[in-house]
Design a protein around this ligand. Structure first.
Ligand code: C5P
Length: 222
């Protein structure tokens, strides 16, 4: 029996996170936020002061740390690094930047592969990231590539930061998003690509609810 998997890949600020979470809730499926794993690894890298260009040292770090997701009382997921809550640190721009720097390395990505694949359990999985449909779950039953133009994505990310009480500058946020897109698309190991069999959705002019509906319709019609 095949366990259904919906992969949602795309650049930062495309709305992947909110949309994946809502769909998983509506379907009662599990949810994998793979970016949170790369971000938690980023926190570990900052703390251990490892050289962010040293693939071997980073691969050792992935092997030596323990990453878990825990349900909070409010029903959200929170990430534990070596048993300690790091959720509040994950969303900063610094951590996002470090995550995308260390995510370029093949050995780092390989170190997170089994952990990501272990999320696949009945009744189904929504997996959110950059390489979910292309590398981690290549045989997924449903694949979506979600994007929006960089200015719109920057505005969304800016709003999220401000709402969380993190100070930010819109121009810097947009520039940062463009820099990260570049890195994610041009790296050799598992670059951000549109999987061949994915449905391409541009969310620049859509609300989250509209995209959720669009994706749920895809699932119904297949
Ligand atoms: O999605 P999020 O912004 O939280 O991801 C942070 C960084 O982790 C991304 O910029 C990307 O470089 C990396 N990442 C990745 N592959 C994934 C998820 C995230 O390379 N599947």
């Amino acid at each position: 029996n095949i366990i259904p998997v919906l992969t949602i890949d795309g650049p930062s600020g495309s709305g992947k996170g909110s949309i994946s979470k809502r769909i998983a809730e509506k379907l009662g499926w599990r949810y994998l936020d793979s970016g949170a794993l790369y971000r938690a690894l980023g926190v570990a890298a900052i703390r251990s002061k490892v050289d962010l260009k040293n693939e071997d040292a980073l691969a050792d770090l992935v092997r030596d740390i323990e990453l878990e997701f825990k349900r909070t009382e409010l029903g959200n997921w929170s990430v534990l690094l070596n048993g300690q809550e790091v959720q509040n640190e994950l969303q900063t721009e610094q951590v996002g930047d470090v995550a995308s720097k260390i995510a370029v390395f093949k050995r780092v990505r390989d170190g997170l592969l089994a952990k990501q694949q272990s999320f696949l359990k009945p009744p189904g999985l929504v997996a959110d990231g950059r390489d979910m449909g292309s590398v981690v779950f290549p045989t997924a039953t449903h694949k979506v590539y979600l994007t929006a133009n960089a200015a719109e994505r920057g505005k969304r990310r800016y709003k999220q930061l401000i709402e969380k009480g993190i100070s930010a500058n819109l121009t810097d946020v947009i520039q940062d998003i463009e820099r990260r897109d570049e890195r994610d698309k041009n790296r050799r190991a598992s670059p951000l690509v549109v999987p061949t069999d994915a449905v391409y959705i541009d969310s620049s002019l859509c609300t989250i609810e509209e995209v959720v509906q669009q994706v749920l319709n895809l699932l119904k019609n297949k």
